[in-house]
Write a protein that binds this ligand. Structure first.
Ligand code: ZN
Length: 419
């Protein structure tokens, strides 16, 4: 349950002078290491999945594990899509469980970056999901040495940053002030006065990509100048690589033994960062001051006296198809019971990413069209309710369709609304 609203989380960091680590992960070893470090340091953390890596692992499989890990953790977490390519990526990530998305069109001309980012913000905000944009260009790809992809740093300018944030509505901005993805040759030189001006003008949490190689003092100074989110991966990747190499040199045989040290070294480095960046010890405040991130189950139970079974199946199948495509809808289930004496024989169970989706779903053209064209007629006799899943309010907990239906008749505290 300690998934929290990512906007609240980063604003807490921003106004209290610390930064939350966003650690890219690409397998269960990294996931377990990062969660263990956060719990040991009692720190909020962002579990980050980078689209640049989706060729290397199955995003859908890994994010399922990430969501379970976040839900059972005792410290606040957010799940973030890092370097999303476009609005389709953002919609998919939200469906799969991300409550923060980054769209990175920073390599494109400013006008295109603006347009793509604005579209993603519109979609994500309708789902209650926070958005990070990037302006200016931080070269290379996370985890790859900058010397191999020198690129050219394109610094974020103050004038562009102001216009970009106003016109797109992003919640956080990744700025380019001299860091590079990967590890830089030599010591990175950062443009402090540029960062200071941008922070003073924008007043929103800023993000730094390419944290590897910065000194502790540089990190502390970044945080005093508005950086509330630090992306950090290359150093973790190198430490994990070193651990595997050392195990191989010791003539260790077998895959399990080769990887045995990875979690320990990754976890130690993540915890060290949390202490330097000031997020250690902040978990309790974040949990009490930030909104918790709760899915909603939209339940419709109904009878369809005017339809035969075959037609009803067709309506359900079409509804599943149409409604599943609405941003913020995580899954659509349909079901029926054979017992004709049951008060309601058929049901829909639609899982929304957050309470914000209740409104955007009801107004979405695909939903309106389906209801007007098919569902009103098919299900004239129906009852609809929205439940917070594993919510804190007593009586608002629904774990299955059957318990939902059982509760509908007895619990007067539930939100009820007619479609
Ligand atoms: Zn990055």
């Amino acid at each position: 349950m300690p998934l929290v609203n990512m906007k609240d989380m980063l604003h807490h960091a921003y106004s209290n002078g610390y930064a939350v680590g966003a650690f890219d992960l690409r397998n269960l070893d990294f996931l377990e290491a990062i969660v263990a470090a956060a719990e040991s340091a009692r720190a909020p953390v962002i579990l980050s999945l980078n689209e640049s890596y989706f060729d290397h692992f199955d995003f859908e499989l890994l994010i399922s594990a990430v969501e379970v890990a976040a839900q059972r953790a005792v410290v606040p977490m957010a799940i973030h899509l890092d370097h999303g390519e476009n609005s389709d990526s953002a919609v998919k990530a939200i469906r799969l469980g991300c409550n923060g998305v980054m769209v990175d069109a920073s390599h494109l001309p400013l006008g295109e970056n603006l347009e793509i980012t604005r579209t993603v913000v519109k979609i994500a905000h309708a789902c209650g999901v926070a958005v990070e944009g990037e302006l200016g260009y931080v070269p290379c790809v996370e985890g790859e040495g900058a010397q191999r992809h020198p690129g050219v740093v394109s610094y974020t300018t103050l004038a562009e940053a102001k216009g970009f944030v106003e016109r797109t509505g992003v919640d956080f901005l990744a700025v380019s002030i001299g860091t590079v993805h990967g590890r830089m040759k030599g010591k990175p030189k950062l443009d402090w006065s540029r960062l200071k001006e941008i922070n003073a003008a924008l007043g929103i949490p800023l993000a730094i990509h390419g944290g590897t190689g910065l000194t502790d003092d540089q990190f502390r100074k970044l945080i005093t100048l508005g950086v509330a989110k630090i992306n950090y991966y290359t150093a973790l990747s190198e430490l994990a690589g070193d651990s595997v190499r050392a195990a191989a040199k010791s003539r260790t045989k077998g895959y399990t033994a080769l990887l045995a040290g990875v979690r320990t070294v990754v976890s130690a480095e993540v915890e060290r960062c949390m202490r330097v960046w000031g997020s250690a010890g902040r978990a309790a405040e974040v949990l009490t001051q930030c909104r918790h991130w709760l899915n909603v189950e939209h339940v419709v139970v109904y009878n369809a006296p005017g339809l035969n079974e075959e037609r009803l199946r067709a309506v359900m199948a079409e509804g599943q198809h149409q409604l599943s495509s609405i941003p913020g809808v995580r899954e659509v289930q349909v079901g029926s019971v054979a017992d004709k004496s049951t008060r309601y024989r058929h049901c829909w169970l639609i899982r929304f990413a957050s309470t914000a989706v209740i409104d955007s779903y009801n107004q979405h053209p695909a939903q309106v069209a389906f209801v007007d064209r098919l569902f009103h007629f098919a299900a004239a006799d129906r009852l609809t309710a929205d439940y917070l899943v594993a919510g804190v309010e007593p009586g608002a907990i629904v774990l299955s369709i059957s318990s939902a239906v059982a509760t509908l008749d007895t619990n007067s505290t539930l939100v009820r609304e007619e479609i």
